[in-house]
Ligand binder design. Structure first.
Ligand SMILES: Nc1ncnc2c1ncn2[C@@H]1O[C@H](COS(=O)(=O)NC(=O)[C@@H](N)CS)[C@@H](O)[C@H]1O
Length: 439
């Protein structure tokens, strides 16, 4: 992409309403614009990152055997009356009346709707196990939306729902989700720790939250530092193998790690003092087992292998896709701006032309642009008539992992400068070598 033809409304000033780094930087880097409290327009570069995260979430859910679909944002109140949550959900629910005076709502989550879909079409244990998911906008009328997209009112969530014949099968689904989440967050360059948590309005008795450690996190967390040594890597997992998934879950849930809601001081004190940690965390996902909480009242049943009609065992599993954009910046920034991990960066490499209009420099930039594009690496070419300092500041702010700087002087000796945003190190080398290093 050539910057002169893109739409990247970088702000010079830090907006006063932004209290944390990710909110400040998303506004300054022209990634979002507030439409109203807790509701944002996703401008091109922010939208590009959001879509990259969504693609990773889809890949890992499909790898785990979960089936993508899409449910609407607007829901009938009738379904929520059946489950008894219409009144229980409280003021966070945005309630709407349509022109025929029907009670509707902007969905904060979709347990009722997916259970209705299931009960309309599935009747035999032979159709199980089944996990359906979608990635869809949600609305929760937060009393105090804040921290930009981290606690929005309209936000993008992957929410998946498993339907199983019994408890053991549902716990395998729970474990399958935990495994898929561990791989998902690591692919994004995030360390998100699974911690026992409280189930809140979703309900159920088994639940883990996934938290990214950050001083600005809303959750207070306590954990054994041994958990920081665990990595998922690119290990192959047979998601149908109950024992294999259970083993991975055991590995990741053995070291003590809990949010303040479930913190157990006695267990915490049993950890060797040198390994006890307390911090704050950003909740980027949560998985739940809640058995027949929805299937019982809504009559989502199947005939089992003994011919008996039984309610299915369910769980729901969410990832905060829009919150993840903020969480990634909280975990990857410095005083000059964002530092995108390579797996989620909007563009792989910035190209800065020190002398726009100089035939040799322009030609070299075009050649590098083509070579990067041919390798499937998206360059952002700053071809504006701007001073070098302004171009460098923009590149540092938007946080692309690499910057190739091209100038007439360097070209005289056949070199360009390659700079790593994360380390700040710069090295002179040929344009070909620079392209090879970025790939
Ligand atoms: N106000 C919000 N703004 C941005 N992200 C949010 C907000 N509320 C929740 N999330 C994200 O959505 C994830 C799932 O939300 S949740 O309430 O924990 N779980 C559910 O809604 C279940 N139905 C899981 S499918 C959270 O872990 C968090 O990352």
């Amino acid at each position: 992409m050539r910057l002169s033809r893109y739409f990247l409304p970088v702000l010079k000033e830090t907006p006063s309403e932004a209290q944390i780094a990710s909110h400040r930087l998303m506004l300054r880097a022209g990634m979002i614009k507030q439409a109203s409290a807790g509701i944002y327009s996703w401008l091109p570069m922010g939208f590009k990152v959001l879509k990259k995260l969504e693609a990773i979430v889809h890949e890992e859910q499909i790898r785990a055997g979960h089936i993508p679909m899409l449910m609407p944002t607007l829901q009938s109140a009738d379904l929520w009356r059946e489950s008894g949550r219409y009144d229980a959900y409280g003021p966070e629910m945005l309630r709407i009346r349509d022109r025929h005076d029907r009670d509707m709502l902007y969905g904060p989550t979709n347990e009722e709707m997916i259970t209705d879909i299931f009960r309309s079409h599935v009747g035999s244990y032979k159709d199980l196990p089944l996990t359906l998911y979608h990635i869809q906008w949600k609305f929760r009328d937060e009393v105090r939306p804040r921290f930009g997209v981290m606690r929005g009112r309209e936000f993008y969530m992957k929410d998946g729902y498993n339907f199983d014949i019994d408890y053991d099968s549902a716990i395998h689904a729970y474990n399958r989700h935990m495994v898929s989440y561990l791989r998902t967050y690591e692919r994004m360059g995030l360390k998100a720790i699974p911690m026992r948590a409280d189930s809140g309005p979703i309900g159920g008795d088994d639940t883990h939250e996934f938290l990214v450690l950050a001083d600005t996190g809303e959750s207070e967390v306590f954990y054994d530092s041994a958990i920081l040594d665990l990595t998922f890597g690119d290990r192959h997992v047979n998601y149908d193998d109950r024992a294999e998934c259970a083993q991975i879950v055991k590995e990741w849930t053995t070291p003590y790690a809990r949010t303040d809601e479930t913190h157990d001081a006695a267990l915490y004190d049993a950890i060797p003092e040198a390994r006890r940690r307390s911090s704050r965390g950003i909740e980027v996902g949560q998985i739940f087992y809640f058995g027949t909480k929805y299937s019982e009242p809504m009559g989502a049943t199947v005939v089992n292998d003994k011919g008996e009609r039984v309610p299915v065992h369910m769980g729901s599993h969410g990832i905060g896709v829009s919150r993840l954009v903020g969480a990634l910046i909280e975990a990857n920034h410095d005083d000059r701006g964002i530092i995108w991990p390579e797996g989620v960066t909007p563009f792989h490499c910035g190209i800065v032309n020190l002398k726009q209009g100089d035939a040799e420099a322009d030609a070299a930039c075009k050649g590098i642009y083509k070579a990067l594009s041919d390798k499937g690496l998206e360059p952002l070419y700053d071809d504006r008539e701007e001073r070098a300092g302004a171009k460098f500041a923009t590149m540092d702010l938007i946080g692309l992992p690499w910057r190739i700087t091209v100038g007439p002087r360097g070209l005289k000796t056949g070199v360009v400068e390659l700079t790593s945003r994360r380390t700040g190190d710069s090295e002179e080398m040929s344009p070909e070598a620079a392209v090879a290093r970025v790939a």
